[in-house]
Design a protein. Structure first.
Ligand code: UDP
Length: 386
């Protein structure tokens, strides 16, 4: 059977890679990969690391591109592939435009759509951002729903999807994470290289790794988070590393709040002073990012993928959002929401850092998102259902 994988952003690529690699080794499948190119720069190192070469590259990302432009590109591109090749199932992941439009075109072609990471819900379809619509609309045309957790399955059942089409498989992002962790353990040269790249970090301080990029937080909420981080950096035993998202809104807020208190670092550039407590850098490739998560004492993030991954590395997470479509992590005790107001933000961070029992409970809680075997489960189910 021929499987077509359609995706284009960084998180999709990370979560699809283990499936693609496993499917390629599986004699039941012929694999075709279509990259839409939605995050062109960020996914190239991922393709290199996992050794994946796309069979189709739609190369959609152009400066000033709108969601409509991207959607039209995915529509035409995937339509052409489905016209020219006989495909038995299309696999799509998550909640992006590549995911939704890819699934819609496959549905029009009457090719079964297999939705990986199905059933996440924020409950707010009218938010200014398309993710909730994309995931719900993908569900409507999906033939099979691979829910990462029981909660995601419950969401689908409550929307009247039949039980027989929903499978709880865990999240393939954990499979990818384990693959990288294995590589970091085995490849001493790689680990030494990262130790060297990040030698500006003080080994006697606790590293707080931070990523914030959600559009819903742009402006005041993000500035409050950054004010909270400034306060946090005054603690003697702590330093912060913040890979800064490329979006100019994030950079503008960082410049405004951190100013000269933060120091930009990038590979090979020696830091200016030993006093810096806030390090800023360009977004980090996935493999060094896993290295940094592993090295961190605490992670503060608004990223979905990071909330899923960090518990497998035993790292407590503070989620800088008002709500999360991953409530399983909060329920399992691996993460907590942190208020978007700088004083309350600081108090919550200090509570986790200073209370050993809270810290230990969070770092020892079981990861509700998977155990590294999701790809295997999904591929067995795909084989059964097409
Ligand atoms: N990530 C990365 N470098 C970074 C920040 C995140 O490689 O500087 C990885 C992270 O480990 C996770 C994925 O990117 O696997 C999450 O992507 P993102 O936060 O962009 O999207 P989300 O998960 O929120 O959709």
């Amino acid at each position: 059977k021929t499987l077509l994988f359609v995706f284009g952003t960084r998180p999709e690529t990370i979560k699809m890679a283990p499936l693609i690699l496993k499917a390629k080794q599986d004699s039941r499948f012929k694999v075709l990969v279509c990259s839409t190119g939605q995050h062109r720069e960020m996914i190239k190192p991922l393709f290199d690391f996992f050794g994946i070469t796309p069979d189709f590259d739609l190369d959609l990302m152009k400066p000033g591109q709108s969601l409509t432009d991207i959607s039209m590109g995915v529509m035409t591109g995937v339509h052409r592939i489905l016209q020219e090749s006989k495909i038995d199932a299309v696999l799509i992941q998550g909640d992006t435009s590549s995911c939704f439009v890819g699934s819609l075109v496959s549905f029009y072609h009457r090719v079964p759509v297999m939705h990986i990471e199905a059933g996440l819900r924020s409950g707010d379809i009218y938010s200014p951002y398309p993710e909730e619509f994309n995931r719900k609309a993908t569900g409507l045309v999906a033939h099979t729903h691979f829910a990462p957790t029981e909660t995601a399955k419950e969401n689908l059942l409550s929307e009247q999807y039949p039980d027989r089409d929903i499978f709880v498989t865990g999240n393939t992002g954990i499979d990818a994470l384990f693959e990288v962790r294995r590589k970091l353990c085995e490849d001493v040269a790689l680990k030494t290289q990262f130790d060297r790249d990040y030698s500006f970090l003080h080994t006697d301080k606790k590293l707080v790794l931070v990523t914030v990029h959600r559009r819903e937080s742009f402006g005041l909420p993000m500035e409050e988070v950054m004010r909270g981080l400034m306060e946090l950096s005054k603690q003697d035993d702590i330093e912060l590393l913040i890979p800064l998202h490329m979006n100019p809104q994030v950079r503008k807020s960082a410049e405004k709040i951190f100013g000269a208190q933060a120091q930009w670092v990038d590979k090979g550039v020696p830091p200016r002073s030993g006093e810096t407590k806030i390090w800023l850098c360009e977004p980090v490739d996935y493999v060094p990012f896993v290295y940094l998560m592993n090295r961190a004492h605490l992670i503060i993030t608004d990223s979905g993928g990071v909330q899923e991954e960090a518990p497998s590395l035993g790292k407590p997470i503070l989620v800088a959002r008002e709500k999360t479509e991953r409530p399983e992590a909060i329920a399992a005790g691996t993460s907590k929401l942190i208020p978007l107001e700088h004083k309350a933000f600081l108090n919550t961070a200090l509570e986790v850092l200073r209370d050993p029992s809270i810290y230990r409970n969070m770092s020892e809680a079981k990861n509700p998102f998977g155990d590294g075997t999701s790809s295997e489960k999904i591929l067995s189910l795909v084989a059964e259902r097409i």
